[in-house]
Design a binder for this molecule. Structure first.
Ligand SMILES: [Ca+2]
Ligand SMILES: [Ca+2]
Length: 407
C-alpha cells in the first residue's frame, strides 16, 4: 500500500462508505443472483441509475451527454446505459473516453466471470480507426491506469477484435452487427505466470480461449474492468485518420462473477429480458437407440425431411450444446407431427450424467413445424427429449428437428 495511487482510491472508498455504499455492493435485481455473482449492473435497480452507479466511477468529460441511463434501448428490463463520445470532447485521464470503471484492481490470481451485452446502433459506421468498448486494465507500481490493457474488446474496420498485447495477439471475432444486442461472456483466470486462462463467448457461442500462459503483468493484483468507449486515435496529437467524429453505444446486463460463478450465472441471456426464442448451436447429438437409416444427427441437421427414429417406450435423443447455456425452452418437430400427437419429456443436464425434468406434455398433432415449449431458465449443456407414446401407438419415436432455446 505504498504506491501513489492507493491513497486516492482509499479516499474514494471512504467517500462511498460515507454515502452508505460499499465498493463491491451487490445490486438488488428483481431476480436473486447466484452466490458467485458479485455485482449485477443492469440498471433495473433504481439505486444504479446514477452516473456513476455505486461501486464504479466515471471517466468522461460531459455529464449526461457522455453517459446516461435510457429506456428506449435495452437488453433486459426497462433500462440500459448510453455512452457517447465526440471527437471534440475534452480528454479525460489523458484520452478521449466515455467509460465507467471498477475503482480497484482485483486480488492476485483472481478467477473472474464477466457477462455483458453491447448494442451498436446503425450510427456505428465503419471506421478504419479502432475503439475499445470493454477492457481489463492493470495497476503498475506507480499508478493505476497506465499502459495498454492486457485484454481489450474493441471494434475496428467493421469487426469485433480481441487485443492481447502481452501475447502480441489480436483475434478477429468476426464482423459486428449494428441495430442488435451482442452478448459477451469472458472467463479469466488472471495470472502473471503460466496458470492463466481465457475463455470468450459471443451470443452463447464459444469463440476463443487459451490456457497455461500469463494473462497480465500487474504485480499488485489482477486487472480491473472498464467499459464504455475509449478512442485513442482522437487524442490530441494523434495523426491516425478516423472516418467519423461521434460514437454512441449502449450497454446492459453486466454481471461480474467470482470463481464460484458459471457461464449461465453471468450470461446476459439469463436476464429473461427477451423472449425465449434464440436457437442454441448444437455440437453433437446422440440417442439411446436408433435405426441405421435415421441416426440422431438427422434431428439436428436443419432439415424437416430427415429424422431420428428410435424404437420403444422411453427412447431418447440428447443434444450437446458444447458449453453451458441458460436454457429456457426447446423446440421439437415431429415426423408425421401433423397427423399424430406425441407424449414426451424434456430433461436438461449440466454434466451429461445427472438429468432433471424441465417440461412434460403432448405435442399438438396438427403441425410438421417445431413446437416450442418453455420453462424457467436453467443452466444446461445437454438437453434430452424422451419419448413415451404417440397417437398411433406404433412404438416409434421420430423427431425431425430438436432445438434448445435461450432468451
Ligand atoms: Ca437493463
Ligand atoms: Ca432433420
Amino acid at each position: 500500500m505504498t504506491s501513489r495511487w492507493r491513497p486516492v482510491r482509499a479516499l474514494l472508498a471512504c467517500a462511498l462508505a460515507t454515502a452508505g455504499l460499499a465498493l463491491a455492493a451487490p445490486g438488488s435485481p428483481a431476480q436473486a443472483d447466484p452466490a458467485g455473482v458479485t455485482r449485477t449492473l443492469d440498471w433495473e435497480n433504481p439505486a444504479d441509475r446514477t452516473v456513476p452507479p455505486p461501486g464504479f466511477y466515471k471517466q468522461s468529460c460531459c455529464g449526461t451527454t457522455s453517459t446516461r441511463i435510457v429506456s428506449d434501448v435495452k437488453r433486459d428490463g426497462g433500462y440500459a446505459a448510453r455512452f457517447e463520445l465526440n471527437k471534440t470532447d475534452a480528454a479525460v485521464s489523458n484520452g478521449k473516453r466515455s467509460e465507467l470503471t471498477q475503482p480497484d484492481s482485483q486480488p492476485a490470481n483472481a478467477e473472474r466471470w464477466y457477462g455483458f451485452s453491447i448494442y451498436l446502433p446503425s450510427s456505428w459506421v465503419y471506421d478504419q480507426s479502432p475503439e475499445i468498448v470493454s477492457q481489463w486494465h492493470q495497476c503498475d507500481a506507480s499508478r493505476c491506469g497506465g499502459g495498454s490493457p492486457p485484454l481489450a474488446l474493441k471494434t475496428e474496420k467493421g469487426h469485433w477484435k480481441l487485443d492481447m498485447p502481452l501475447r502480441s495477439q489480436t483475434v478477429d471475432l468476426d464482423a459486428y452487427s449494428t441495430g442488435t444486442w451482442t452478448d459477451w461472456v469472458f472467463h479469466v483466470k488472471w495470472s502473471t505466470g503460466s496458470s492463466g486462462q481465457l475463455e470468450v463467448w459471443r451470443n452463447g457461442v464459444y469463440k476463443f480461449g487459451f490456457t497455461g500462459s500469463r494473462t497480465h503483468a500487474d504485480t499488485q493484483g489482477s486487472p480491473y474492468f472498464k467499459f464504455g468507449i475509449y478512442k485513442w486515435d482522437w487524442n490530441s496529437g494523434s495523426t491516425h485518420p478516423s472516418d467519423t467524429t461521434q460514437r454512441v453505444m449502449y450497454y446492459d446486463a453486466l454481471r461480474l462473477g467470482d470463481e464460484r460463478a458459471t457461464f449461465a450465472d453471468v450470461d446476459p441471456a439469463r436476464s429473461g429480458g427477451g423472449p425465449c426464442n434464440r436457437v442454441q448451436p448444437v455440437v453433437s447429438a446422440s440417442a439411446s437407440t436408433y435405426e441405421d437409416i435415421n441416426p440422431p444427427q438427422y434431428a439436428v441437421d436443419g432439415s424437416l425431411s430427415t429424422r431420428w427414429s428410435g424404437y420403444g417406450f422411453g427412447a431418447y435423443l440428447t443434444v450437446d450444446l458444447g458449453a453451458q447455456r441458460s436454457v429456457c425452452g426447446a423446440g421439437v418437430a415431429w415426423h408425421r407431427g401433423d397427423v399424430r400427437w406425441n407424449d414426451y419429456t424434456i430433461y436438461t443436464s449440466v454434466d451429461g450424467v445427472s438429468y432433471t425434468k424441465a417440461w412434460e406434455g403432448r405435442s399438438s398433432g396438427t403441425t410438421l413445424q417445431a413446437e416450442v415449449t418453455t420453462f424457467p431458465a436453467r443452466p444446461a449443456r445437454y438437453v434430452r427429449y424422451a419419448w413415451w407414446n404417440n397417437a398411433e401407438a406404433n412404438g416409434w419415436a421420430s423427431i425431425t428437428e430438436a432445438t434448445a432455446l435461450s432468451a
